[in-house]
Write a protein that binds this ligand. Structure first.
Ligand code: 5RP
Length: 236
């Protein structure tokens, strides 16, 4: 029996989700200034940005990366990658999101890179979120919330989420607990409706064993480039 690969998700006017990601990745170049060291996130949309950034690599100093995967892609394209400790600040960080609301609060971590993404975002004066229109939501929480945790605290943290109505499960890869670039685990929490992202992020971040919660409200997007069937829209 032969299997047919799934068709790319078709959007109005024949644009696929992948094409929307390409467009926002390219559109983000306008936020990169000559001489910059650019903060670079992680994920399939950011990969489109990295590919576009390679076209102006002679004009920038390089990048600070939020994951091993992004570092490898940047270096393969000839873009220098700097240690975050060697860079006092960045003018811009370009990153994707699993969800973003109308105020720029984001839910992130689908690619398990949330902790380093938050560190890179903290270094940057401006956070430019690049996303296709499927990521825009009214209230965060339909996408399972990623939380990076110290492994010995995972069950305790899962019980705390259960007490607030969430169902946490350990993220697996090849049948084993996924291990992040930081050597930790990820819980994905379903069933939450995050109506006050700032308060939620502050609350969960102080639970013992939580490394990073995937709500980016204290470091929300300054700008969101949203890929739509009508073109790239600028929000926030
Ligand atoms: C990785 C992330 C990504 O930005 C997020 O998962 C979006 O990824 P994609 O662009 O592949 O949809 O937070 O940790």
């Amino acid at each position: 029996m032969t299997t047919t690969p799934p068709l790319p998700r078709q959007l109005p006017r024949g644009l696929t989700q992948d094409e929307l990601k390409t467009r926002v990745g390219q559109a983000a170049l306008r936020y990169v200034l000559p001489g910059d060291i650019v903060g670079v996130g992680t994920g399939s949309t950011v990969n489109k940005f990295i590919d576009a950034l390679a076209g102006m690599k002679e004009q920038i100093k390089g990048a600070v990366s939020s994951s091993v995967a992004s570092t490898e892609r940047l270096q393969a394209l000839g873009i220098a990658v700097f240690d975050a400790n060697a860079v006092p600040s960045l003018s811009v960080c370009i990153d994707g999101a699993d969800e973003i609301d109308g105020q720029g609060h984001m839910l992130k971590g689908g690619g398990a890179a949330l902790t380093r993404e938050k560190i890179v975002a903290a270094l940057a004066e401006r956070f430019v979120c690049i996303a296709d229109e499927s990521k825009l939501v009214r209230t965060l929480g339909q996408f399972p919330l990623p939380v990076e945790v110290i492994p010995m605290a995972a069950r305790h943290i899962a019980r705390r989420f259960a007490a607030m109505g969430g169902q946490a499960s350990l993220r697996l890869r090849n049948g084993q607990a996924l291990v992040t670039d930081n050597g930790q685990h990820i819980l994905d929490v379903k069933g939450l409706s995050i109506t006050d992202p700032l308060a939620f992020e502050s609350q969960v971040n102080q639970w013992p064993g939580v490394v990073t919660v995937g709500v980016f409200a204290h470091q929300k997007a300054s700008v969101c480039l949203l890929g739509t069937a009508q073109g790239v829209k600028t929000l926030v």
